[in-house]
Design a protein. Sequence first.
Length: 227
Amino acid sequence: MKYAKLVVLLTSVSVLFACSDSKFVEEGEKNVNAGKVVVKEREKELKELEKKQKEIYEEMEKPLDEVIQENELDSLEIMEDTNVTTKEYYEDENEFGKFVGQVLIDFQNLTISPEDYYNFMDHHASKKAKAEMVEKKEEQIRVYNNIQTIFKNQKVKRESYVLSKVTLTQSQKEGYFYRKVSTDKGDEYFITTIVSEDGVWKYEQDQPSPPFIIDNVMAEEKGEQVE
């Protein structure tokens, strides 16, 4: 009889623990599921936030060509004073623009050596511009020498130049200015891009641009008639 009672007691205890385990697992599953819902909601919120941030950054970091098209190009001002102040670093965009303009015309006129131009690029070029350079210094200097050979063979005398003031993008991290170079064979036109890195301005690129008129900047590019 005592043995039968003991069996019943053990069976009851086993059933009790089984029920407790079942409830514990059930509660645990509920908590896990609730946690998954919270995580999913949080992920959704983060995605929405990232989407909004991306839209803001895309608006702020428009490509340079879009910014140029949107700007009133005839409002660009010409730099009256193009005297260069040589500095280790430039925090003012227009000071840097003058410096770059002088280096570029000197390079085109062969008044600085390929090595001098390499030193300019090594110290004042942007990360993007440096990434496009040849890894070995000697080879890159050879590239600049070949470019100057092309200028020399053109037999063009570049007599003077005019710079526009630097126009900044909305982010204030990128800027551009125009260069008009007067030669004995006509005028040459360029657009030069600079970028701000770690609080100082760096040279990025220089490309040919459509002609513009000093008295009415970029009027020809816009297709307007200038009297």
